[in-house]
Ligand binder design. Structure first.
Ligand SMILES: CC(C)(COP(=O)(O)OP(=O)(O)OC[C@H]1O[C@@H](n2cnc3c(N)ncnc32)[C@H](O)[C@@H]1OP(=O)(O)O)[C@@H](O)C(=O)NCCC(=O)NCCS
Length: 111
């Protein structure tokens, strides 16, 4: 599935140290919109809370915008992950409850 949906994996570095990972893939929704899905995203626990997650997301979002071929970026987080939810909200993502899947809650950033 990942190979067929133009998946891209980005390693997140602090100087020369790899401290996290971010993965995106393409997805065409039922209305025919091309979406960029953020699939995996984490920062090593020893490096959390130091601004790296936000900086990585800002940089990723800027790239997605520059790509200029997506109607929106979408991601999901697990119910109760308030750090992730607040981070995404602060970047302009809004909840899209119609697309929730159990405890996986969806957020969308229109482009
Ligand atoms: C979610 C995650 C990627 C955030 O990365 P991070 O580098 O820790 O986040 P940052 O340091 O950039 O902080 C982002 C915001 O969250 C806040 N924050 C970070 N850690 C926090 C904590 N433990 N408690 C409360 N707030 C916290 C920061 O204050 C910051 O808010 P601000 O922009 O208002 O200052 C990281 O915590 C993580 O990998 N968590 C485990 C995996 C996960 O949940 N991934 C997301 C899947 S959807």
């Amino acid at each position: 599935m990942y190979r067929n949906s133009h998946s891209v994996v980005y390693a997140i570095y602090c100087d020369d140290t790899p401290i996290g990972l971010l993965m995106q893939r393409d997805h065409r929704d039922d209305e025919g919109n091309q979406l960029c899905i953020l699939d995996q995203f984490f920062i090593d626990k020893d490096f959390q809370g130091r601004g790296y997650g936000k900086a990585a997301m800002e940089s990723w979002l800027a790239n997605v915008k520059k790509d200029n071929r997506y109607a929106a970026a979408e991601l999901c987080f697990i119910t109760g992950d308030s750090v992730a939810e607040k981070l995404y909200e602060s970047l302009g993502f809004v909840r899209k409850p119609q697309k929730d899947d159990g405890d996986e809650l969806v957020m969308r950033y229109a482009l």
